[in-house]
Design a protein around this ligand. Sequence first.
Ligand SMILES: [Zn+2]
Ligand SMILES: [Zn+2]
Length: 277
Amino acid sequence: YGLNALSNRSYKVILRRTGKDELLTVEDESYVFRDLHPGAVYLYEAESYVVEDLDLEEKIVRILRADVEFYTQSLKHTEITPLDKQAQGKTGPNKDIEKFYGRVKVEHEYYSYKVIDTISQEIISRHPLENIPIIEFETQAVWFTIPFELQKELELEGFDLGGTIHAIEHAMIAMAPALAQISRWDLGGVSIDFDTVKQQPIIYIYDAYRGGIGISEQLYFNLFELLNLSFKLIESCSCKSSNGCPVCIMSPKCGNNNDPLDKEGALFLLNKLLDAK
Ligand SMILES: [Zn+2]
Ligand SMILES: [Zn+2]
């Protein structure tokens, strides 16, 4: 790698060995802060490594070769701010789902990570993450509000609002590949139970790449279809837990540890959103 080819967001990943160090590869900071923090397990070309040190000043990650039977997953807090609206409309049989498409600013703050046993998938330990800078990028998103009436009904029925919209967000991301040529890893999501501007719950789905790659726009135009598919996904899953399961509303990439989730609440709310009054 020529130094000139490195953007100012690139980190050199250096393998520490007795005798000499070796430049293994280069990774973008968005990946580094999530998956190459100190203590993280890094998989590269079928070999496993453990991160020894993350040097923010020099933009270097130092790793050691290690055969381990665990992997790591970081947890994050995400802030999302709409920057403009390029389209807006209403959808659903009652035209009560207000939807938007536009540019947003996304900020991720990684605050902790879990060590998970590769075989049993059990959590072995949890660790705080300190001094990891906040990642900030602009991208495209589709978002929509939950009508106040329906929020009221949901809460009167005793469902958890936060868990309900978080579950819907996960189901939408799980089903989006049925509508666009993507994988769920190409999208991120944020569900907000009280937006201070709109004074309503909002679900955001955004392109997980700087600048965006056009997925959100497609989803904006197919939002009703996506909500329908999400309902079918959850309804057809026979799991009995209120947190759902990995087939329906649990996400392998949730930055909030799949908490809270309310499967029955999601079915109740989606049913209200999708059915004509
Ligand atoms: Zn399930
Ligand atoms: Zn989540």
